[in-house]
Design a protein around this ligand. Sequence first.
Ligand code: SF4
Length: 65
Amino acid sequence: MRISADRDLCIGAGQCVLSAEGVFDQDLQDGLVVLLTPDPAAAELDAVRDAVDRCPAGALALHEG
Ligand code: SF4
């Protein structure tokens, strides 16, 4: 599983951090998403899916396989 985050789309809403704080963070300067773990463990899949679903900007994508 691999995650991608498009900072050009991100609006800094922080939903992804609430869903999966081990995978996502927000930049202290501009509030935009920071990917902490681009290749998260399988155990984090549900949390990552939740983050992708909850992102209001469609900035996150999950690539499985
Ligand atoms: S939920 Fe989406 S818009 Fe909000 S910080 Fe995360 S990537 Fe950015």
